[in-house]
Design a protein. Sequence first.
Length: 221
Amino acid sequence: MAAHPLTVGFDLDMTLIDSRPGIKDAYRALSARTGTYVDADLAVTRLGPPLEDELRRWFPEERLAEISEIYRELYPRYAITGSPAMPGAREAVAAVHAAGGRAIVVTAKFTPNAELHLAHLGIEADEVIGSLWAEAKAEALRAHGARVYVGDHTGDVRGAHTAGALSVAVPTGPCDAAELRAAGADVLLGDLTAFPSWLERYVTVGAGAGEAADAADAASA
């Protein structure tokens, strides 16, 4: 695939969408279906890594494939409508398009469920690539020629750097600003509402100047 002059990747959970309410409901439904207790409130404090990482805290390893399938079957009914967009999410994606670029979503979430979230919220990604976490996200970022990857988790920082992309981080998920800085985030924004102005600087004056102009945003995050 030929690289687009500007391709920006976005994480999904806690970057573009606040999936905590919906995922809580999905875990509660999973508990009811399986008869196994899952602490849904605790589980949603650990969003980011693959589903199986959380499920193995509650279910034996030999049942993970079965339970994952049940969860993904329940997910569209319980998790989509209760999960709002994060502040600035639509505007961030729109800013990429306004700059003549492509916006792709690269997420650990099962691709069909990620697509359901975006369609429900009217967030128009050019491509959605699921079931990739941390360094593995680099596969999709490289394939699409992404120069920037935006995420809320230290795993997203690692994925961006593995792909040779600029890591833009927002402390809107389980990792705070200090963790994201320590992981090596190149740019730290308070949330996605700051992304369009940062992108304008990045496109206009280049990555280095964009990072320098972002210092105030990083300091306040």
